[in-house]
Design a protein around this ligand. Structure first.
Ligand code: IDP
Ligand code: MG
Length: 172
């Protein structure tokens, strides 16, 4: 299996509920190596770009507010962005994360252990994990510059001059 890198975000509910250590522990215990990390206050632009493939979904506006921490207090409106590396890291991280709906997520997955659906129907599923290798490459370049990653594996385009187009979204 190929060495891959994948993006994980600890979402505002995970930050608010003090789950960062537990999430890191699960991912590390699965054999994944942490190769980049940063705290990010998520702009509307970054949120929309990150979730651009879901823009036609009915829950899209809610999702943008959720990832920006609008449902949590101002002390916890940041996300922890992480890049993990390992053999088959993308699928492995998805497996450790569990199903999108915390009620469907298997016990012992991060979402199954710590996620919830609130009484208002809000999915609080603790983390984001890239869905496939193509998404992982796009998302890592959106959230990180190559110099922030221990050993970048996805090539940088020459046109971006060492900084990804996505990097501009959070640099503002
Ligand atoms: P994923 O995070 O498991 O990859 P996606 O389908 O990519 O799931 O959706 C992105 C995020 O949008 C989910 O993690 C969740 O926060 C939210 N979401 C997805 N489906 C629903 C839904 O049916 N209702 C409310 N929120 C949803
Ligand atoms: Mg997804």
């Amino acid at each position: 299996m190929a060495i891959e890198q994948t993006l994980v975000l600890i979402k505002p509910d995970g930050m608010r509920r003090g789950l960062t250590g537990l999430v890191l522990d699960r991912l590390e215990s699965a054999g994944l190596q942490l190769v980049a990390t940063r705290m990010v206050k998520v702009s509307e632009e970054l949120a929309r770009e990150h979730y651009r493939d879901l823009k036609d979904k009915p829950f899209f506006p809610n999702l943008i507010e959720y990832i920006r921490g609008k449902f949590h207090d101002l002390k916890h409106n940041q996300v922890l962005a992480l890049v993990y590396e390992g053999e088959g890291a993308v699928a492995l991280t998805r497996k450790v994360a569990g199903a999108t709906n915390p009620e469907d997520a298997a016990p012992n997955t991060i979402r199954g252990s710590f996620g919830r659906v609130t009484t208002k129907g809000q999915f609080e599923n603790v983390i984001h994990a890239s869905g496939n290798v193509g998404d992982a490459e796009r998302e890592i370049k959106l959230w990180f510059t190559p110099d922030e990653i221990l050993q970048p594996i996805y090539p940088t385009t020459s046109a971006s001059n060492g900084k990804s187009a996505g990097a501009k979204a959070w640099a503002k």
